[in-house]
Design a protein around this ligand. Structure first.
Ligand SMILES: [Zn+2]
Length: 432
């Protein structure tokens, strides 16, 4: 019977896709209100507890951090950064139930929130609030991989990493204050010494992060392997996450620009694709100094994979990804369709246009993405008119962007105000 129902659901879903997809409704006022009520009670308890667990200054500082966090997070909930009771929730809940079966160490009081965020990420707060980004459903390949990410986060939660990080920040602040005092009292090499303090702080944090990540991996993997998921998917998950880039690397072809911007009332102009000359551009000295020592996180994942393979011999041999279940495929498709609503929600209009063009180039849901193209262009037009386009559209940065994305940014910055308006109007009213 259950199978029949899920089949019917899938069928209804496919049929509804025949029409243009309707993004998830975020006008869930009552649910948001309920969540905030519980959240603030839990946060207050946490603040009280930190004051009794840690006396004096430490307890005060700790509760200050929690209070700040509570305010910040409440703001995000009010801004509708999360969706409530969506199709994603029941999947996450069912995976957590599967994990709980042989793992009594998993906390009972977890509260799941799904974030309107395209980056494949999750986090778990000290109070048991567990945030899962929608991007995970789009980027990961199956239930097992999603369960692997959840297990990793539970690893952080079980070892209380948030609390430990906060406590070390409090200690570090104290130490830095002493060092800054001594810098102020000397005249020699002040800048260099100030920079060294900053740098050592960043790297110490980096090393600490790495240690915590590896601990969460191995604890998370133990949780994962105690349940009935396919063990090797834990490694596949890390590999998959390593490949992620905020801006999809799919190259946008010149023909695509010509196809979508050669309009009846406004012919395509080749000069729109002209690139700025950056050969004389002087790079930020400070930034380069930091880059040399590399703050990049990608090599970290390779270290994490090797660490797991060393501790758990059953992970040594690489195995291909499992095929997704039908229910996972459905969620994957919804998350993919939510990519543009999410970019629009976070006001990433430039990236939104770029992503729409990539989808259109791949001939996906043409009507839907043309509509988003129009919506994002309308916002870009407003911004350009108000002289704050910088807020919504990246500047060209040859060192950190792909050729294709640089070409796109050049195109966007080359358009005149009127030209932007014409594009926006055309795609906002287009009915085909
Ligand atoms: Zn982590």
């Amino acid at each position: 019977m259950k199978k029949l129902i899920s089949f019917l659901f899938l069928y209804a879903f496919i049929i509804s896709f025949g029409q243009v997809y309707q993004p998830i409704d975020t006008a869930d006022y009552a649910q948001r209100k309920d969540f905030l009520k519980i959240f603030s009670v839990n946060a207050e308890n946490l603040i009280k507890k930190s004051k009794t667990d840690y006396s004096g200054k430490k307890g005060n500082e700790l509760s200050k951090y929690y209070k700040e966090f509570e305010k910040d997070f409440e703001g995000k909930v009010k801004e509708k950064d999360f969706v409530f009771n969506s199709v994603f929730d029941s999947k996450v809940k069912s995976l957590i139930e599967r994990l709980k079966k042989n793992n009594p160490q998993i906390p009972q009081n977890l509260k799941i929130l799904v974030a309107k965020d395209n980056t494949p990420n999750a986090y778990c707060f000290a109070d048991g609030t567990f945030v899962i980004n929608m991007g995970l459903f789009n980027w990961l390949n199956n239930d097992d991989q999603l369960a692997a990410v959840i297990s990793h986060e539970l690893g952080h939660k079980i070892s209380e990493h948030t609390l430990k990080t906060l406590l070390s920040i409090i200690d570090q602040d104290q130490m830095d204050r002493t060092v800054v005092q001594s810098i102020k009292s000397t005249k020699e090499n002040r800048n260099q010494r100030a920079f060294d303090v900053l740098k050592s702080r960043i790297y110490r944090k980096g090393a600490e992060n790495r240690r915590q990540e590896m601990q969460a991996d191995s604890l998370g993997y133990v949780v994962f392997k105690n349940s009935d998921f396919k063990k090797t998917e834990f490694i596949n998950t890390l590999k998959r996450l390593e490949d992620f880039d905020t801006i999809s690397p799919r190259t946008l072809k010149v023909e695509t620009y010509k196809k979508y911007f050669n309009l009846p009332q406004q012919a395509f102009k080749d000069k729109w694709l002209k690139k700025e000359d950056f050969s004389l551009y002087n790079y930020n000295h400070f930034k380069e100094k930091l880059d040399k020592d590399s703050l990049k996180s990608h090599p970290e994942i390779v270290l994490r994979i090797n660490n797991l393979k060393k501790i758990f011999p059953e992970l040594k041999t690489d195995v291909a990804d499992e095929k997704p279940s039908d229910s996972y495929k459905t969620l994957e498709k919804i998350a993919r369709m939510e990519t543009l609503p999410n970019f629009y929600h976070s006001e990433d209009y430039g990236v939104g246009i770029y992503a729409s063009l990539q989808f259109l180039q791949d001939e996906e849901e043409e009507k839907y993405y043309k509509n988003w193209l129009g919506k994002c262009f309308a916002k870009i037009y407003e911004a350009r008119k108000n002289y704050n386009l910088n807020r919504y559209l990246d500047r060209v940065d040859p060192k950190n962007q792909s050729e294709s994305y640089q070409q796109f940014l050049n195109f966007m910055w080359n358009l005149s105000l009127d030209e932007i308006k014409n594009i926006a109007d055309y795609y906002r009213t287009e009915k085909s």
